[in-house]
Design a protein around this ligand. Structure first.
Ligand code: PLP
Ligand code: COI
Length: 341
């Protein structure tokens, strides 16, 4: 059932049907025309390589409604480039950047009535995905692919929005292998994270913070988000080959520099965790989720950041600046936003 009476201010981060999705297939060595569909289903061969061997990658980006009523899409070229890297990383056909952007514009325009109003705190989440569709039983890349883009209006990723959350860490779980697929956005990474994520939830934490999969010495991913810490006017975020290069983090590093912070992207040893004045997780879905506390499940150590229940001053400034640019309230001096006509 497609809703028409949406309570924009109370949306959660969940799927709601919208009017249309767009699709494009790669067949006989070329990408076809963009197709518009009003079906929520995909016809798939029972032997399709995405079903058996996990040839699947996806992206996540957002569109926002500004005070002027116009729709703004945030940094879609960066998602297009990462979509190419993900495809190449699991031997799928990469989609050209311009075709990706055309599909994004089209799916947003077709579902314009689902772009939440300015000031609601909600946005339109755009989910592109690519699957290998060739019928295969041998372990071999598909020769035919489909890219689908769906959209759904979303509220905050964590139910409390921009409120500090509790995170746990453990050496018992790896999200990815040291030279595996951690730096690309493929479905298999998320399947591999579900047990650890559920464990964190059962224990009352919002996510599991992973240590690097090789030595278990450095901070890695924070659930499905990048980690950052702030200490002595410096924004510090892990530089690691097993984490996904977050477009939000890339943007926050630039904004941190604009605000006069030093920026460091490097290995962060676990022993450094206790030295941060502020800590946070960042990604498209949450933008920034401030972290109040990190508990080491293996040693019983607890690390706390800032005043209980309050986001730190730098995290708040960075959040306001990024949200401001996304909604058109602050000057887009880096040229990150495409305003749709
Ligand atoms: N890390 C992982 C594992 C993710 O799934 C995401 C979400 O896309 C991020 C980090 C944040 O990346 P971005 O800011 O590009 O959304
Ligand atoms: C993000 O956009 O930050 C995410 O982590 C996406 C998630 C829903 C897979």
């Amino acid at each position: 059932m497609k809703k028409t009476d949406i309570d924009w201010g109370n949306l959660s981060f969940s799927y709601m049907p919208t009017d249309y999705n767009v699709r494009c297939t790669y067949k006989d060595g070329k990408w076809g025309e963009i197709q518009v569909s009003d079906s929520e289903y995909v016809p798939l061969h029972i032997a399709a390589s995405c079903l058996h061997y996990g040839q699947e990658s996806f992206e996540g980006l957002k569109a926002f409604r500004g005070k002027d009523g116009k729709i703004r899409i945030f940094r879609m070229e960066e998602n297009a480039k990462r979509f190419i890297r993900s495809a190449e990383g699991i031997s799928m056909q990469p989609m050209p950047v311009e075709l990706f952007c055309e599909m994004v514009r089209k799916v947003v325009k077709l579902n314009e009535r689902f772009v939440p109003p300015y000031g609601s705190g909600a946005s339109l989440y755009i989910r592109p995905l690519e699957i290998g569709t060739t019928a295969r039983v041998g372990v071999k890349p598909a020769s035919e692919y489909m890219v689908i883009m769906l959209v759904t209006p979303v509220g905050p990723y964590f139910k409390d929005g921009f409120k500090p959350t509790r995170v746990c860490l453990s050496r018992e779980y790896d999200r990815v292998a040291p030279k595996g697929t951690g730096s690309i956005k493929v479905g298999g990474n998320y399947a591999a994270s579900l047990v650890a994520g559920e464990k964190a939830h059962e224990l009352g934490y919002s996510v599991m913070l992973y240590l690097d999969p090789k030595e278990k010495k450095y901070l890695d991913e924070c659930g499905a988000a990048n980690f950052f810490g702030i200490r002595e006017n410096t924004y510090i975020t892990p530089g690691s080959p097993s984490i996904l290069p977050s477009i939000t983090n890339m943007s926050l590093r630039e904004l941190a520099g604009d605000l006069g912070l030093k920026v460091e992207q490097r290995h962060i040893g676990l022993e450094e965790l206790g030295t941060f004045e502020e800590a946070g997780a960042c990604g498209t879905a949450a933008v920034i989720s401030p972290i109040a506390e990190i508990d080491d499940l293996d040693t019983g150590d607890k690390y706390t950041f800032g005043q209980p229940g309050v986001a730190g001053p730098w995290s708040t400034k960075l959040y306001d600046e990024l949200r401001g640019i996304q909604c058109g309230d602050r000057e887009d001096k880096h040229g990150w936003v495409e305003v749709l006509d």
